[in-house]
Write a protein that binds this ligand. Structure first.
Ligand SMILES: *Cc1c(COP(=O)(O)O)cnc(C)c1O
Length: 346
């Protein structure tokens, strides 16, 4: 894989924005270079200074937990920003294409459409695993990205590891493995394989197991040349100071996160068993994530009756291969009991 051929021509030639703080070297105590308010903020804490564009303190703390070097780490305003930047950096609008594997996360297609990049859909097999032949047939010389979501949203299963390795070994573009739900999975993460595959991009997020969806903080891990391109294209201050501060604090409380993961996985197994006993339920799909895909007799009427009880789940019944299915996030034990009670009522 040649990063120079992979990135868009205009990106290869791009001179990135140089921030005020990029341009001085050495020690300083008076900053009159960025037109900030020198007095402070009308708050208890000060946010008057622009944040570190490369978020080095936060990346250092993430690196200690993940074991991935800082130079292989990119932080985005949610993983959604990383997804968008992959399109903007690597896909020539109206010319290049990407491969997605429905049923899957909706943002890949939306991002492609925003960036006017052709989408090639290769449906998962009925087992929700990769159609390797179909993927091989869909690839041409303009295919830049393949998105593999594992554990997959909305189906909940992990993708067979050796199948992902087959794609990684045979595709010359970037293979983006979206591991938003990896903390709930039995399968190992791919972040340990970065040295093995120059074309691997692993996405993770603080929005799920870390309980920080409102902060908007996502991670992309990849080989250095890929990270360098993303850093060149990103808005200079894409992670705000409050997010950097709060995320650093959260990273010191990993025990709480691990405790919630254990409870969520136990609740997932329990909720799956209970759902399977309900007369309206036709199938409960096994899940490696913090949600469960369930096929029911009448998805829309079940969905609506839950809404009437003030319980919101996701209707996925119109989605490819998910006909008649609902996606239910695993809640607290109390929430799950309330859900089951509502589903038992005639
Ligand atoms: C929830 C989710 C994300 C998270 O996106 P953020 O922008 O980081 O909140 C990413 N990928 C998938 C598949 C998801 O379901």
């Amino acid at each position: 894989m040649d990063i120079n051929k992979l990135q868009r021509e205009n990106i290869k030639n791009l001179r990135p924005y140089s921030t005020a703080r990029d341009e001085y070297k050495g020690q300083a105590s008076i900053f009159l270079d960025a037109n900030e308010n020198s007095y402070g903020s009308p708050l208890e804490e000060n946010y008057n200074r622009y944040p570190d564009p490369l978020q080095l303190d936060l990346k250092d703390a993430i690196s200690k937990i993940k074991g991935v070097p800082i130079e292989n780490t990119f932080l985005g305003n949610g993983s959604d920003e990383a997804i968008d930047l992959l399109f903007r950096a690597f896909c020539e609008p109206g010319k290049d294409n990407v491969i997605i594997l429905p049923p899957t996360y909706g943002m890949y297609e939306v991002s492609a459409n925003i960036n006017n990049v052709e989408i090639r859909k290769v449906n998962l097999l009925p087992s929700f695993q990769l159609d390797l032949e179909g993927i091989a047939e869909a690839i041409d010389e303009n295919t830049k990205l393949i998105f593999i979501c594992s554990p997959n949203n909305p189906t909940g299963n992990s993708i067979i590891r050796t199948d992902i390795e087959t794609v990684l070994a045979n595709f010359n573009g970037l293979v983006v493995i979206d591991e938003a739900y990896i903390n709930y999975a039995k399968q190992r993460t791919f972040i340990k394989e970065l040295t093995e595959y120059p074309n691997l991009v692993v996405l993770q997020t603080f929005s799920k197991a870390w309980g920080l969806a409102a902060l908007r903080l996502g991670m992309a891990f990849a080989a250095r040349p890929v990270i360098d391109v993303l850093n060149k294209v990103k808005p200079p201050y894409n992670i705000n100071q409050a997010t950097q501060d709060i995320a650093l604090k959260a990273l010191q409380n990993i025990e709480q996160v691990n405790e919630w993961i254990k409870i969520t996985v136990a609740e997932r197994e329990n909720l799956s068993k209970e759902l399977a006993t309900l007369p309206i339920v036709k199938k409960v799909y096994p899940s490696d994530a913090n949600f469960i895909l369930v096929e029911v007799e009448n998805a829309l009427s079940t969905y609506n009756s839950l809404v009437d009880e003030g319980i919101i789940i996701r209707d996925r019944s119109k989605v490819t291969l998910c006909e008649g299915c609902l996606r239910i996030t695993v809640g607290t034990p109390e929430e799950n009991v309330t859900l089951l009670d509502a589903l038992k009522r005639p």
